[in-house]
Design a protein. Structure first.
Length: 284
């Protein structure tokens, strides 16, 4: 069907559409804008003023938030960064190997184990929480980062395995057969062929792993008890005290800082993220 017969919308329709989209964007961004405003206004005015624009811009909340706890907030950033980076490495290594095994290697019960792996996607995390905690407690891993990063090296995130399986299936098997005729082992096919061709899905898995690990609150809350091992999310919770006055200004200021790495990651790797999602499961 030719596009010549399609009449573009008139300017009133375009204007109304843009106005509605801008209004919806403002509604969605309002909580973020309010938090940003609260981080630079005097703490006494945080909940008293209905305006987004502060009467005076002060930076005391950032200073109080960074050094207001027994441990500097920079330590929380470092802990979260270490956990997130190790989790990304573990997920990329283990999930790509598992996906390569399911798509390129023939072994007894492959379809059964793949179905079992997919079944774990429907299993709530809270169902396995107590057995996992008991296991990590008996191994002496509690109050360390090992319970948070160890499972990443065992392909425990079935979602990323499934994502990579769908991408690997779009890579022609003739490439593997040609490499095997040249004497390549399965490991070299995985390392020299599959991984270089799978950069979009690997980037997608890395970005999502970093974001989800950085934002994780429940896991660190369960396994980390020493304030020196706290992540950013646990550090933010430390500003809220149920028995005394809470430091709302410091909380909002550090919340703004905690979002900066996520914004930078998304802005820098936005193209690769969209490409990885768009090409997953598509034949090329």
């Amino acid at each position: 069907m030719s596009d010549q017969g399609i009449t573009p919308p008139s300017w009133p329709v375009r204007t109304i559409t843009h106005v509605l989209l801008i209004a919806a964007s403002v509604v969605m961004l309002y909580p973020l804008l309010w938090m940003l405003s609260a981080s630079v206004r005097p703490e006494a005015e945080i909940f008293d003023s209905g305006s987004l624009w502060p009467s005076a811009i002060v930076w005391d909340s950032f200073v109080a938030g960074w050094s207001g706890l027994r441990v500097s907030f920079g330590q929380f950033f470092l802990n979260s960064l270490v956990i997130a980076v190790i989790s990304v490495i573990g997920n990329l290594m283990a999930c790509s190997l598992a996906a390569f095994t399911f798509t390129r290697l023939d072994f007894p019960g492959r379809n059964f184990w793949f179905a079992m792996m997919l079944g774990t996607l429907m299993l709530p995390y809270h169902v396995t929480l107590i057995p996992q905690y008991v296991m990590f407690l008996n191994t002496g891993w509690v109050d360390t980062i090992l319970p948070l990063v160890g499972p990443k090296f065992l392909a425990a995130d079935a979602f990323f395995v499934f994502l990579m399986v769908q991408f690997f299936r779009g890579i022609p098997r003739e490439i593997d057969e040609a490499a095997m005729m040249d004497g390549c082992s399965p490991w070299r096919i995985y390392w020299k062929i599959m991984l270089p061709l799978s950069l979009p899905v690997l980037a997608t898995a890395a970005i999502f792993t970093f974001i989800w690990t950085w934002e994780d609150f429940f896991g660190p809350l369960i396994y980390l008890t020493s304030i020196g091992n706290y992540t950013v999310q646990l550090g933010l919770r430390s500003f809220i005290d149920a028995s005394s006055q809470s430091s709302w200004g410091a909380l909002f200021a550090m919340s703004v800082l905690s979002l900066l790495p996520l914004f930078l990651i998304f802005i820098i790797f936005q193209r690769m993220l969209v490409e990885g999602i768009a090409t997953t499961g598509m034949k090329r």
